[in-house]
Write a protein that binds this ligand. Sequence first.
Ligand code: GDP
Length: 436
Amino acid sequence: GYTVAIVGRPNVGKSTLFNRLIEQRKAIVDDESGVTRDRQYGMAEWAGKTFNVVDTGGFVHNSDDIFEKEIRKQVKIAIDEADAIIFMVDVAVGITDLDDAMANLLRVSKKPVFLAVNKVDNSQRALEATEFYSLGFDEIYTLSSISGTGTGELLDAVVANIPDELETESKETKHIPKLAIIGQPNVGKSSLLNALLGQERTIVSNVAGTTRDTIHTHYNLFNKECILIDTAGIRKKNTEKDDLEFYSVIRAINAMDEADVCLLLIDAQNGMNAQDVALFSLATRKGKGIVVVVNKWDLMEKNTNTARDYEKKLKEKMAPFTDVPILFISALEKTRLLKVLDTGIEVFENKQQKISTSKLNDVMLKAVEAYHAPVVRGRAVKIKYVTQLPTVVPSFAFFTNFPDDIKMPYKNYLENQLRKHFNFRGVPIRIFFRKK
Ligand code: GDP
C-alpha cells in the first residue's frame, strides 16, 4: 500500500481535506466513553489508484497553543511512516512560525512533499497564496478543501508518484497464505507470535518498496504453512509512549495491505472498542479475509455461556459483516493457538475459491426465483445470470434488465444466499449488477 500523510498546524483545514479524500463518515463514536473522536486514517481513490490517507493532526492535541514539540512529533512520524506528505497551510493566516518550523523539517526529508495552500476561495486569496513559495518547495497547490476546488490538481500530483502495481507476485509460484497479526498495543501480538514460533523468528523478506516496518516470517510447522506478517515489538528509537498509537495504527495498515487475511487481536477484558471496529472495517473495505481473535481469555471469569454471549456482543459491533470466525485464546497459557493458524488458512482458502458459473447459477437463480427483487415503478426486475469475476476479492456480477432498480435490501439478500450456499466465512464479498 501507498500511504499519504496530511500534516499542518491546527485549524488549517486538514480534517476537512481528509474527509473529502476518504468521503466517509467522519467520526467514530467510542461506545465505552461516549466520546466522539475523529477518524485518523482511511482509504482514498483517485484516477484509478488507491492509497491510504493518514491525518496526523488527529493524533495530537488540537488546540491553538499547540507546542512545537507536538508538531515536530507529527512531522517526524509522517516522514518516518508515509510515502508522501501533504503539508497544509492557511492562506487566510499567512506563514506562521510553526509553518516555518514544519517546512524546515519537511524540506530535509527524502519523501515527496506537496504544499497545499488551503482556504483559497477567491482571486485575492489566490494572489496572496504566492507568498508560500518562500517556504522553499518547488510547487504550491492552492485549494479550498471546503468547496473542493483545487483538490483535483493536488491529487493528480500525489498519485503521479504512486507506482502502478505494487503487487508483482507471479501467478505460478504457489501462493502461501499471508496472515497479518494486527491489533492495538498490548493486546498480545508479540506474545502470540513468540508462542507460535518458540523464540525463533526467521526473517524471510521485507517486501521491497512496499513497506518499512513489517516482518514476514515463514511458518512451516505441524503441517501448516503460512507467512506471518507482524509489526510486534518494532520500536523506533526514542519512541515516546504516547507516540505508540501513531506508529501502531500506521503499521497495522501496512501489515494489512500486505496480507491475505488479518488476524485481528482484541483484548478480552476490553472488548471490541472503537479503534478495533475501525481496524475491522478498514480490513473489510480493503477486501481482506478476517479472523477475530479474542486474546487473554484466561483472565475472564467464565460460566457456561460466557463465550456465546461475548460472541453475540462482538457481532453487534461487526455488523453487517458478521460471517467471521471468532476465536478465544490465551497467548500466555498457549491455548488454541494452532487453531488461529488453521482458521486463518481456512479463510484464505475461502477467499481463493472460484465457483463455477453453472453451480453458481444453479443455486442463485433458485434463490432469485424464491424471492424476486421488488418491482420498481411498475417494472419487474429480472436477474438472468450470475458469474464470479476474476478478482482478488470474491466478486459476483448479476446480469439484469434494470441494474439501478436493485437496492440494498435485495443486495443483502443475495449476499446472504451466497454465504449460505458457499463458504465465504471471514471473507468480504462484492456484488455488482450489470445490464444484460
Ligand atoms: P503487543 O503490544 O500487542 O505485542 O502485546 P504484548 O504481547 O507485548 O502483550 C502485552 C501484555 O499482555 C504483556 O504483559 C503480556 O504478558 C500480556 N498478555 C499477552 N497475552 C496474554 C494472555 O493471553 N493472557 C494474559 N493474562 N496476558 C497476556
